[in-house]
Design a protein around this ligand. Sequence first.
Ligand SMILES: [Zn+2]
Ligand SMILES: [Zn+2]
Length: 352
Amino acid sequence: MKSISVVKVGSLRDPDESKRGKVAVRDVPVPEVGDEDVKIKVAYCAICGSDPHLVENIFGWEIPFGLGHEVSGVVVELGKKATMKGLKVGDRVAGNFLHFCGRCYYCLNGQQQFCEGIPEGNSGMSEYVVWHESQVYKLPDDVSLKEGCLLEPTAIAVRIADKLSMKVGQRVAINGGGPIGLLTLQVLKMNGATSLTVFEPVAERREMALEYGADYAIDPIANDVVEESKKITDGRGFDVVVDASGAVKAVKSLLDITAKGGQLLYAAMYPNDFEMPLNLNKYLYLNEITVTGFFVAPYAFPRSLQLLPKMKLDKFTNKVFTIDQPEEAFAAQISGKYPKILIQCNEDIANL
Ligand SMILES: [Zn+2]
Ligand SMILES: [Zn+2]
């Protein structure tokens, strides 16, 4: 079957073409179906903001390796013990690309994100994936397969909300209006966010932020982020600040827009060697700011499935490439022009 893989490690943005990373379609074996597994014919796999970082090989994997974890598709085969969820051949599904083992210390301790028994998964930018039944969720009838592949990023937004434990009416700022920022904005709006502000340099994304429920959308390059935040919050700062940008130049100033007693969540991927100075006396002692982060999205999928029909996703599903166009799709991704890029992995089920 066709599968999109990293065949050369390097930044996709490297101006020196000889050093640039490369993705390509490879022919790989169709994964086998175990007793508790579900075989899914993939309709769409969305490109995640983390995928270009994988091409840079931040995890040090051996090439070639597959890409893609934001998957929707149709069930084509079930293992004989995959009976717990009542899934049937033909069901439209999406899910969690991580198979938490359920048996290790962390899984038993309510911390699946640190699971020590996650098996090597199949990559989603493929014609088929085989997942354990526990990873698979049947999509609601009113969610299309194009929208369905956004279940995983929606689960990230739900985990962000879980991690914050915010109170209704608190003032919220989100740094970055990419897909995670725009999904988080919607989830935190449902959580009762006020003065909801998105800082985002790209004008189209600011427009989307306003359309999707932000009260303010501010260009952080043309404006002083700290001054604008003071204007919006009577000089006090935001109770909740989420970084969904991963932009190392912007992350330190977020401490200055967080209110006394507020929460600051760094919710992106950052370069391995990036370190940020933190004045403990000012921010943690005197201001009692809680600074935190998160890794993946355990326990978030059932609720994400409930939210998915309520999410505004129309602008996320417009830019589609086929599985035979990996280079074009990744070039579009790093152009930053589109909120989300979808890869259609099988044409015949694309409109189911
Ligand atoms: Zn992702
Ligand atoms: Zn585990």
